[in-house]
Ligand binder design. Structure first.
Ligand code: BES
Ligand code: ZN
Ligand code: ZN
Length: 478
């Protein structure tokens, strides 16, 4: 993990990233005239925004802040530029770098630092030669008059939580079973200061969580249902905000088996919703945000084992409704439905679920954002969209018209778990909507949860999507 801290001054031998405007004089950093001329030339003639000067005893990197129309565009450019800078830092085997906020640009400095720290993430647990492959960068110090220690510590926490979430997603199912996932939540709860209760299979049976149990039928691993609670004394809300995360630790498609190339091979990521929930709980508890939040995670793998549920089965769900199961690969909605029904007993102010729910969401918008829909009021939706832009985990809201309800009607049960050939992410959302009686948003993160190629600071593999978004939302709207 990259440590981020605040520092008051830099020495002449320190590696520096100078964050500044394009007209900076570059006079006060011990640079020679030719060096200053080189930098100025790169900026004015060659239109460079990131410039690397290897002075041998240190790297002196200039990052020009390219001001765009919207602040969130400027900050995203900086996160991305930080990924390029990370390449230079790594090549030069630099261990400590100082980010100098020359013009008192607080939000921009945080964004650049965030991009740098997120670019420094690696998942090396299973590599024998991990020491050789490990990136050199260990710590980032920020020199800034516009940022206080608390803001910097919060960034440190959010980056750490995002990386923890990425690691959960990157762990394969032969380590990360449903039971292990719950254990990881318990570890995170202990470390950050939130409570974790785990229901085992017996308890889940006693509660008659039919959706979760039916998906688990084809598996030899027992399911779990985890409840994470963070309730500080100074919480501003009496009714909790509930985060529900899809915890399918592996999705083979069940008897509706997925083909292996390009679909099943990344399905260890099907618990990314739960990783986002746990990462968010970790961040808000560590940052001691004054907000009462509950996280719910139904977890199992989805396999075509001997007793697996099959198309045609009618399942009685936790809330007593019946579902005609017509595709074993539409398992996410089955387990989420039980968790959403369970959430009712808290009388929540708002429930947000996060799930790698449909390929249709990926087909609609790719990996660029989150497919969102739900019944929350416009004000809440706008706040979520604002946070989405700020952290660049953008929300694309889908229509949620009554028409789509028709598509999940069953001949013999209260609903079916399959919609028509079109609008697959919406019919999945409509299915979930049958289990709520509170303001609710559904985030389908199937696109951005897991990348098959690096996209700047969003590294290959698990991205930790959702953590930064929810932290920002909970912080600004507590
Ligand atoms: N876990 C998948 C969705 C998914 C797809 C996640 C791509 C990440 C990347 C989900 O359980 C699923 O298989 N959904 C089916 C639903 C269909 C059978 C109605 C789908 O989208 O094909
Ligand atoms: Zn599936
Ligand atoms: Zn799935």
């Amino acid at each position: 993990m990259t440590n981020i801290s605040k520092k008051s001054t830099i020495n002449n031998n320190d590696n520096v990233v100078l964050l500044c405007g394009k007209n900076n004089s570059f006079n006060n950093y011990g640079l020679s005239k030719p060096e200053i001329d080189f930098i100025k030339n790169e900026i004015s003639k060659n239109d460079k925004k990131s410039i690397c000067l290897n002075q041998l005893h240190r790297l002196f990197i200039v990052q020009v802040i390219d001001v765009k129309k919207e602040k969130y565009q400027t900050t995203e450019l900086l996160r991305k530029a930080a990924s390029t800078v990370h390449g230079w830092i790594t090549d030069a085997k630099v261990e400590a770098v100082n980010i100098v906020d020359a013009d008192g640009k607080a939000i921009e400095t945080l964004a650049f630092t965030e991009g740098l720290a997120l670019s420094n993430y690696q998942f090396l647990k299973y590599k024998k030669e991990r020491d050789k492959e490990k990136f050199s960068l260990k710590s980032i110090a920020i020199v800034s008059k516009s940022l206080n220690a608390k803001q910097i510590e919060e960034l440190n926490i959010v980056v750490e939580a995002t990386c923890l979430s990425r690691t959960l997603v990157n762990e394969p199912v032969n380590f990360l079973t449903a039971t292990q996932l719950s254990k990881e939540f318990q570890k995170m709860g202990k470390e950050a200061g939130f409570n974790v209760e785990v229901f085992n299979k017996e308890k889940i049976k006693a509660l008659k969580m039919g959706g979760l149990l039916s998906v688990n039928l084809g598996s030899v691993e027992p399911p779990t249902f985890s409840i994470m609670e963070y309730k500080p004394r100074n919480a501003k809300n009496k009714q909790p905000i509930i985060l529900v995360g899809k915890g399918v630790v592996y999705d083979t498609g069940g008897v509706s088996l997925k083909p292996t190339p390009n679909s099943m091979d990344m399905m260890k990521c099907d618990m990314a919703g739960s990783a986002a929930v746990a990462g968010t709980m970790y961040a808000i508890a560590k940052a001691k945000l004054p907000v009462y939040v509950v996280g719910l995670v139904p977890a199992t793998d989805n396999r075509p084992g001997e007793n697996a549920y099959v198309p045609g089965d009618v399942i009685t769900m936790y809330n007593g409704m019946t579902v005609e199961m017509l595709n074993a690969d539409a398992e996410g909605r089955m387990i989420l439905a039980d968790a959403l029904s369970y959430a009712q007993k808290y009388n929540p102010k708002l429930v947000i679920d996060l799930a790698t729910l449909t390929g249709a969401a990926v087909a609609a918008i790719g990996t660029s954002g989150i497919v969102a829909m739900g019944t929350a009021d416009e004000r809440t939706k706008n706040k979520l969209k604002q946070s989405g832009n700020a952290v660049f985990e953008r929300l694309a809201e889908m229509p949620f018209w009554d028409d789509y309800d028709e598509l999940i009607k069953s001949d013999i049960a209260d609903m079916k778990n399959l919609g028509g050939p079109y609008a697959g992410s919406i019919t999945a959302g409509k299915f979930l909507a049958r289990y709520i009686n509170y303001p609710w948003m559904h985030f389908d993160i199937a696109g951005p949860a897991f990348l098959t190629a690096k996209d700047n600071y969003r590294v290959k593999g698990g991205t930790g999507v959702g953590v930064r978004l929810l932290f920002d939302f909970l912080k600004n709207n507590a």
